[in-house]
Design a protein around this ligand. Structure first.
Ligand code: SF4
Ligand code: SF3
Length: 553
């Protein structure tokens, strides 16, 4: 075994990647990620003590969530970026340690290893990762709960970073994230860890609310939009990932240059925001969910900007490797990394823009339109229509099918499930899971489309707000009395925080697929089944019947 990682749905053999990640992560990068996480715990440990005295520097918050974010599945494959981060982390940790001493912060005589460990070479960093990773917790139930919390925190970190980029921050969220990262190193009981898991869900709701506020105050409320999926005859840049601030600055810098902008995968919902729709050179969306990028980047012809996950490391003979640019927490060896904003100035996208000008226009792979933009404000604007449709029985049930897409064949389930749903049902979606059914001709119910796309995975928050609003309108005591079923697809750690947020809101009987997480031990899985009714999936037809109450669950 040269590494161990089981944080995503693709964990090898359903247990964990031990030689190389199925995602393409090499063992050296995996071990460096473990070491980074370890030193981040040291930073949190000192920073928490400084916070109690009001002496914690804001840049530590940013460093911590950015570090966590960089370890999310498919965000960063660049070894050099992790070596740099570990060096910076050690520097920051020791600086915070000195500040504690200077400010007479009480410290125990014996400091924890993560607060003192030193390494200076890449070999030191990699070797440390082998000893401090997931398997360093021996008890499999404690390990399972600790990792459930850590993966939730990684998802939170991603959303906190996007909100931060738009000037929105919440100290309570940062304090919780940092305390939780320390708590998973402590000797907590199973009950205490279960409580920590639900608290993580609580702050998951808060961070998604914060990001919703950030996005809507900066760019307006998403509105019903028909998004073009064809191409024009100009060179283009394809922007992927989740960061709206990058989207804004790229649109501003490309306006009038003759270079068109297309969204890819999770950036599709940018097309729904009023502030972005006004740009005539935002042509539409190109391609599908992240895992189809190997083919779709070949035909796009122009450069691709990754603002976050999901990157698939290109094959050696790929034509597009030198057309990939990364920014923010994302990274890829061989790709140009566009540096962070400095002194309140915009990021400098001139290199990718100049590159695009030399490229051929994208090759058309699809044409037509897809409709989206059903975040909470837009659905509330249609509330009367929706409520009427429920009251008259025109809509029998809603299906929340938010989450992630992935390359496993078993995910064809979600297309079939959507096709087999009765015509009087509506799918509420968010995240890249939507690509399994957002181009199907599923029609509408009295003008309400049968697939309502709220946006990115973080916009699952919108789906929760909609559910809570319906509960209020129908004067119900319990969110679970609503005619809403949850059939969620997961892949990476943002889906983990979405799941924990839903559990915190009291949602029961969530079905999770295509497989249950490898990091859930049998005992922890039983707790989730008993307490929350969590279940997996079976076959589309049987599951549709089960959800519609036509057979026993
Ligand atoms: Fe394996 Fe997923 Fe970890 Fe990649 S992120 S190494 S695929 S478990
Ligand atoms: Fe997709 Fe990677 Fe999770 Fe934001 S882009 S949902 S998998």
């Amino acid at each position: 075994m040269s590494m161990f990682c089981f944080q995503c749905q693709e964990a090898a053999k359903g247990t964990g990647c031990t030689v190389k990640g199925v995602c393409g992560k090499t063992s050296d990068v995996a071990n460096l990620q473990d070491t980074l996480l370890y030193v981040l715990k040291g930073i949190c440990w000192y920073n928490d003590k400084l916070r109690a005295k009001g002496l914690n520097p804001a840049r530590a918050d940013k460093f911590i969530f950015d570090g966590l974010f960089s370890t999310i599945t498919n965000a960063n494959f660049d070894k050099g970026s992790f070596v740099d981060r570990i060096n910076e982390a050690l520097k920051l940790r020791d600086e915070l340690g000195r500040k504690c001493e200077e400010s007479s912060v009480e410290l125990p005589v014996e400091l924890p290893d993560f607060a003192t460990w030193k390494g200076s070479t890449v070999d030191d960093f990699e070797a440390k990762g082998m000893n401090v990773g997931v398997l360093s917790t021996e008890n499999e139930d404690i390990r399972s709960l600790r990792e459930l919390v850590v993966y939730g925190l990684k998802g939170m970190a991603a959303y906190a970073e996007h909100a931060w980029n738009l000037g929105f921050k919440n100290d309570e969220i940062f304090a919780f994230m940092q305390r939780a990262l320390i708590a998973v190193t402590e000797d907590l009981s199973v009950d205490e860890l279960v409580k920590l898991t639900l608290d993580t869900g609580k702050f998951g709701v808060e961070v998604m609310a914060l990001l919703d506020q950030a996005n809507t105050s900066a760019y307006g409320n998403p509105e019903i939009t028909k998004v073009n999926i064809g191409v024009r005859n100009n060179p283009g840049i394809l922007i992927s990932g989740h960061d709206m601030k990058d989207m804004e600055e790229l649109l501003k810098q490309t306006e009038g240059t003759g270079v068109d902008i297309y969204t890819h995968s999770e950036m599709l919902p940018a097309n729904y925001y009023p502030a972005f729709k006004k740009y005539k050179h935002l042509v539409g969306n190109y391609g599908n969910a992240w895992w189809k990028q190997k083919e779709e980047f070949e035909t796009f012809n122009g450069p691709v900007l990754f603002t976050t996950n999901c990157i698939v490391p290109p094959l050696k003979n790929a034509s597009y490797t030198d057309r990939i640019y990364t920014t923010g927490a994302s990274g890829l060896e061989g790709a140009v990394h566009i540096p962070d904003r400095k002194n309140g100035e915009m990021k400098d996208f001139s290199a990718i823009i100049e590159h695009a000008k030399k490229c051929a226009p994208p090759q058309q792979i699809e044409k037509g339109e897809i409709t989206g933009g059903f975040a909470h404000a837009q659905v509330f604007a249609l509330a009367d229509k929706v409520v009427d449709a429920v009251k008259t029985g025109a809509i029998k049930k809603f299906f929340v099918m938010a989450g992630c897409d992935g390359r496993m064949k078993s995910r064809e389930y979600y297309t079939e499930f959507a096709e087999k749903l009765p015509a009087d049902t509506v799918i509420l979606t968010a995240g890249c899971a939507k690509y399994r059914y957002n181009k199907l001709p599923l029609g509408d119910i009295g003008g309400i489309p049968r697939v309502l796309d709220a946006g990115q995975c973080n916009d699952s928050y919108s789906l929760a707000v909609i559910a809570l609003k319906l509960k209020e309108i129908f004067e119900l005591n319990d969110i679970n009395e609503l005619p809403i079923a949850y059939n969620i697809a997961w892949y990476e750690q943002k889906a983990v925080i979405v799941l924990l947020a839903l559990l915190y809101l009291g949602v029961k009987n969530i079905h999770l697929g295509p497989t249950l997480p490898a990091f859930l031990s049998p005992n922890v899985a039983s707790v989730l089944v008993e307490k929350f009714g969590i279940a997996g999936i079976t076959e589309p037809e049987a599951d549709v019947k089960m959800f519609m109450g036509e057979s026993a669950a």
